[in-house]
Design a binder for this molecule. Sequence first.
Ligand code: G1P
Length: 320
Amino acid sequence: MSDPHFSSIAPRVLKAVIPAAGLGTRFLPATKAMPKEMLPVVDKPAIQYVVEEAVAAGLTDVLMITGRNKNALENHFDRVQELETVLLRKGDQEKLAKVMHSSSLANVHFVRQGDPKGLGHAVLRARLHVGNEPFAVLLGDDLIDARDELLSRMIDVQQERGASVVALMEVDPASAHLYGVATVEQTLDDDVVRITGLVEKPAPGTQPSNLAVIGRYVLRPEIFDVLAHTAPGKGNEIQLTDALHYLARSEEAGGVYGVVFRGRRYDTGDRLDYIKAIVQLATDRDDLGPDLRAWLFEFVDTLEAPDAPTSTLDQPALVP
Ligand code: G1P
């Protein structure tokens, strides 16, 4: 139940911004000539899951902040007449539908980031397109299971409270240093907290809580002014977390709230997590799941105990 004394005063959220200018160096050489957002997760590029999530929450105006090497992104969300004609001639409706789905999903726009000065800088590049409305930001490394509600809940909270809203998730304290981490106060809604401070990637052991920012934000447009004045922070980059910390501390523009997500999230940001995400998503699919599960059972039996060295590469070199 929502706090009854909040009424809907905010303009509607209609636009989604997806930063996609990263170099994807963790996936080299796969990402040498291809954006990491195009890496397949089962059989769809990672970015398509994110656009589908935005569309499912009613955001059909999508702006991608891209960099060089990103032509494949534009092509993926555009029509491809030759392929459509071939599939139509063959009468392969199933494949035709797959090809056409991504080009009819949303109105996708692109702007280049120019200088890679960080996530805050990428979001600031959306200013002209977004204008003076609240908007969502979705980071492509985090995939949210389509069966679990997050973005639409965040939009509701944004509308009710007239604040900026971030998605939070409880994480193992040992990995808190990989995230923006929040200091919070509980509200009357059990999945909503008021954020009183945020720190980007705190040094191990110094995190103010185990509530980490996962890559979903619904922001008031005032964030742009704050970002324009935010000095480079962690990694010498302009951090969205630092701008949100300012809004949370000053309580300007309604302050900042967190929606605590307890559903399924898949991290595709590094190679191991990416492989895990593919296995998890594929085992749940009707077309691939049964066969994959059966094979996984057999395969697991062939593995050595987890604490045994898995590869000679992990062992120290023998000194003759
Ligand atoms: C970014 C944000 C960080 C957030 C994370 C979520 O970091 O800066 O605050 O917790 O996304 O995935 P990145 O993972 O891009 O370094």
